[in-house]
Design a protein around this ligand. Structure first.
Ligand code: SD4
Length: 340
């Protein structure tokens, strides 16, 4: 397995707008000049680059976060989108959400065959009176709006890991968090046996040059999840929340735990009361761990938050949760503080 720190450095070194290739573990109370974009994980540095193309031209944060998610949804080396791991029945089902500076939002869940669920979520937000669509109905909506129906052929990598998972699988519904979070490897919670990062979500929050905050979150969900299972990512207030007066927050990790505390909504409400983004993320993680400190040793949840002023914060249950910040002055992967 490649040394993680090296991996982080390599991933950012491939970017032309590189400002620094060190990871940092700091209390990010510093103010980042707008426009600024923040994404979950080290692969977020590449999603940020897609968002940056919009932001650096004084573009709208909503277009920027959509571009970041779209990039992740087709990036082969990432773990989001149609090339990602399937559910227990061997089908890839996708969830996504988007929220703008005016409190408009859209989410899609259990969506198959569509390459860019984030754009379906945006279409839903902008052209219907609804905020959430799932499954067949969401697919029908997408097709009616010109999205192409893709094949449900698994990517070669996903096919291989699914085959491997099936070897040990007893095909029982997952009732146990441990099985859900570690179906492939009992060693490292963040790395699959094939060396791919064991996360399946890209959350992006951005503050544009005009001071508008928007966010997006896209995922294939937990690998080998029960069919029909939906996590936090498409649920507004769980995997994503934006309040243009206060800030934006998004999450990655075991969605059930995030949903139980309405994670990102909690973070924004704490920030409204004056908490820094990092302390708000930390309090959300504390609440998750407090519910069940023993089980929490075996799963990961990470939050990132961005304030209206441009402060950035993150906190996770476990070590090795990373996040990426890009603005005119910095393009860097940070390692989040964690409970354990
Ligand atoms: C979910 N939060 O479906 C997502 C999964 C994830 O890294 O973040 N994986 O629960």
């Amino acid at each position: 397995m490649p040394n993680r720190r090296k991996f982080i450095q390599l991933s950012i070194a491939s970017l032309p707008l590189l400002a620094s290739c060190q990871t940092a573990n700091t209390n990010n109370t510093q103010i980042y000049k707008k426009p600024v974009v923040v994404s979950t994980w080290d692969s977020g540095i590449r999603a940020n680059a897609a968002a940056w193309k919009v932001l650096q031209q004084n573009g709208y944060a909503l277009d920027a976060v959509e571009e970041a998610s779209k990039y992740a949804e087709i990036e082969k080396s990432c773990c989001v989108g149609l090339a990602a791991n399937p559910d227990r029945d061997g089908k890839v089902t996708l969830d996504a959400s988007i929220m703008d500076d005016k409190g408009n939002c859209g989410g899609v869940a259990f969506l198959q065959h569509i390459q860019h669920p984030i754009s379906v979520a945006r279409k839903l937000m902008e052209t219907t009176p609804h905020v959430f669509m799932v499954g067949e109905g969401a697919e029908q909506f997408a097709l009616q709006n010109g999205f192409e129906k893709m094949s449900d052929q698994l990517s070669p990598e996903a096919q291989a890991s699914y085959k491997k998972w099936l070897e040990k699988s007893e095909y029982k519904p997952v009732i146990n968090i441990e099985n859900l979070t570690k179906p492939q490897s009992q060693t490292a919670p963040n790395v699959l046996e094939n060396g791919k990062p064991n996360h399946d979500t890209m959350g992006t929050i951005a503050l544009d040059a005009n001071g508008n905050l928007c966010g997006s979150c896209t995922t294939s969900g937990m690998a080998f999840k029960m069919r029909g299972r939906v996590g936090d990512s498409p649920i507004i207030g769980a995997g994503l929340f934006v309040d243009n007066e206060v800030g934006a927050a998004t999450s990655s990790g075991l969605g059930e735990e995030v949903i139980r505390i309405c994670g990102t909504h909690l973070i924004i409400e704490l920030m409204r009361q004056g908490w820094t983004p990092e302390n708000a993320c930390k309090e959300a993680i504390n609440r998750i761990v407090k519910r069940n400190p023993e089980k929490a040793k075996d799963f990961q949840v990470g939050f990132i938050a961005l304030s209206k002023k441009g402060e950035v914060g993150a906190f996770a249950v476990q070590k090795e949760f990373t996040y990426s910040i890009t603005n005119n002055e910095i393009n860097q992967v940070f390692e989040s503080k964690s409970y354990f």
